[in-house]
Design a protein. Structure first.
Length: 318
């Protein structure tokens, strides 16, 4: 007998979890749920907790963890382009159309459902319109409004905040401290061309160290994640999962960068430095713009370089 899959501790007792638990207990859970938020690993933990409660109700003799359960199916992006294809979508639909083999229900978890191409989305839409009996479809995404409106309208929406712990990657705190120190030097003014060159060299030093941090964090996270995956998972799915991990970590580091920028500016704002306000607003706007480009497959080095070079203009006192 396996242990119960617990909800992420930071989300226990939240309205969304309470509603879902109550619906499962009363056997009134909707056949299709859209689980969305800013952190994909959190959404996966929630999906596994739901699947565990549906597939392993109290009194069940043969219990399996969701990742190994014969009646729990996963659809993931594949390849470096991380797309969900029409063929893979048809394959999932074929699996959920068959009667459950161990449990009384089936669960399908669709990871990063926003990565469906248009053909796959339209194929899946037909399943949402006529869902298989005794089947729950869990759609996971950090970008719900990328989905077709017809798909969004046929699922019950639940938004979750991140339950992820702060990043403890060695070197991140030092990197952020050096970034804030660089901002401090910018606000003191740039006196000559040599100083400008020094600041530009600092930009590329920060970019290089960022890449090293991201590579190390991805390798560490992937080493842990591989131990949780089914043994028969396809290689192209593994590539997509590893790429997704890197993208998630990248987003979290950029979020830490925004916090560091605000932390740098706040004491100066409180001290009455009115020129800092415009620089902070401009920097945050630029960072949001560059993070948005990341979602369109802009290279993270190019995005960070663009942000830092823009910061050179925004923060420098002349």
């Amino acid at each position: 007998m396996t242990e119960r899959v617990e909800w992420p501790s930071a989300l226990v007792g939240t309205p969304a979890v309470t509603v879902i638990e109550s619906a499962i207990t009363r056997q009134r859970l909707s056949h299709s749920l859209l689980l969305h938020g800013d952190d994909l690993p959190t959404l996966v933990l929630i999906a596994h907790a739901i699947a565990d409660r549906l597939l392993n109700p109290p009194g069940t003799r043969a219990q399996y963890a969701p990742a190994q359960h014969p009646d729990c199916f996963n659809l993931r992006p594949t390849g470096k382009m991380r797309q969900i294809s029409a063929d893979n979508t048809r394959d999932l639909i074929g699996k959920v159309q068959v009667s459950a083999s161990v449990a009384t229900r089936k669960v399908a978890i669709l990871h990063e459902v926003d990565r469906m191409n248009l053909t796959a989305a339209n194929i899946f839409l037909k399943t949402l319109e006529e869902p298989p009996a005794h089947t729950t479809l869990l759609l996971l995404t950090t970008r719900p409004y990328v989905l077709l409106p017809t798909i969004r309208s046929r699922v019950l929406h639940f938004r979750f905040p991140t339950a992820a712990l702060p990043l403890e990657q060695p070197g991140l705190k030092a990197w952020l401290a050096d970034y804030r120190e660089w901002l401090g030097r910018l606000t003191e003014g740039v006196g000559d061309k040599r100083a400008v060159a020094d600041h530009i060299f600092s930009v590329y030093g920060l970019v290089a160290r960022f890449n090293a941090l991201l590579d190390a964090a991805t390798a560490e996270a992937w080493a842990v994640e591989k131990t949780k995956l089914p043994a028969d998972i396809e290689e192209d799915e593994q590539v997509a999962i590893e790429t997704g991990l890197a993208n998630g970590l990248r987003s979290r580091i950029f979020s830490e960068l925004e916090h560091a920028t605000r932390e740098f500016a706040l004491p100066r704002l409180k001290a009455g430095d009115t020129t800092i306000r415009n620089a902070l607003v401009g920097a945050v706007h630029q960072l949001e713009h560059d993070v948005g480009l990341l979602r369109l497959n802009l290279n993270e080095s190019a995005a960070l370089e663009n942000f830092l070079l823009s910061s050179l203009r925004l923060w420098t006192k002349r």
